[in-house]
Ligand binder design. Structure first.
Ligand code: NAD
Length: 258
């Protein structure tokens, strides 16, 4: 299969580690120019070291000015942005009764507004060239709510509704919008969730993971590259007839049919 990514430019938000970084590496390996952002220059420099020619720039995805400065810099360096991968850290866990308005608004900025603002920055160029790919990294929580991830389960549904609506609006311009829904993927985020559950329950992280994988048909957690493979495919020419989808890469854990 030809991905057709040689010479294209992919901008991956929040990509100094985890699924974002694995996706950036996937685009780079496929011959695309790559730009990544995150909040720490040190972490970015380490991440970019494995991708010669990569633009690595600090930007907080909750800061509109940071997003536009980063995307402008990618456009200046590479001439255009063809692929936008929306990613961010996940909102913190917590039950409904523990969450105040400030936390809800923070989750809204981090998960929904970051994607909207980045899309707003890249869409004029994509429309002018009649080609573009927007891929949102979401969660299997949009297929089936994950216990205690109240903010994530809620705000990610807004991203899904926005993405499907946007797909309808920009399809005629040759732009696709798709969402990738990872399941339990062994990254720093999951290590943190396991450690937190361990503190709360008194069980070891290994015991918690063993209980977790019992509910996963493939009986293991995933790795970031397994999610990145779909991100890169959906960002490529090869996925030209796919738009408005939300696809799980979750070892079968979510129990809906779609
Ligand atoms: P991660 O914590 O390993 O990596 C997150 C990346 O985002 C890091 O590079 C971090 O520096 C960057 N980042 C965080 N907040 C930022 C901000 N405000 N501005 C700029 N950069 C920021 O996470 P991950 O496991 O790779 O997950 C990526 C996304 O997928 C998250 O939204 C997560 O909730 C979601 N997800 C992950 C899993 C999983 O099992 N790993 C499962 C479902 C959904």
């Amino acid at each position: 299969m030809k991905l057709g990514l040689e010479g294209r430019t992919a901008v991956v938000m929040a990509a100094s580690q985890g699924i974002g970084l694995a996706s950036a590496r996937g685009f780079h390996a496929a011959g695309a120019n790559v730009a990544i952002c995150a909040r720490s220059q040190d972490a970015l420099d380490e991440a970019a070291a494995s991708m010669p020619g990569c633009l690595a720039m600090t930007a907080d995805v909750t800061d509109e000015g940071g997003i536009t400065a980063f995307i402008d810099a990618a456009q200046r360096r590479f001439g255009a942005v063809d692929v936008l991968v929306n990613n961010a850290g996940g909102p913190p866990p917590g039950s409904f009764s523990e969450l105040d308005d400030a936390q809800w608004m923070q989750a809204f900025e981090l998960t929904l507004m970051s994607a909207i603002r980045a899309a707003r920055a890249v869409l004029p160029g994509m429309k002018a060239r009649s080609w573009g790919r927007i891929v949102n990294i979401s969660s299997f929580g949009v297929k089936q709510p994950v216990p205690n991830l109240t903010l994530s389960n809620s705000v990610r549904m807004a991203v899904l509704g926005w993405a499907k609506t946007l797909a309808n609006q920009v399809g005629p311009d040759g732009i696709t919008v798709n969402t990738v829904c990872p399941g339990w993927t062994r990254t720093a985020r999951v290590e943190k969730l396991l450690a937190q559950q361990s503190r709360e329950s008194g069980r070891t992280p290994a015991e918690i993971e063993a209980a977790l994988v019992k509910d996963i048909p493939l009986r293991r957690t995933g790795v970031a590259e397994e999610v990145a493979n779909l991100v890169v495919f959906l960002g490529s020419e090869a996925a030209a007839y796919m738009t408005g989808t939300a696809i799980a890469v979750d070892g079968g854990v979510s129990q809906g049919y779609a």
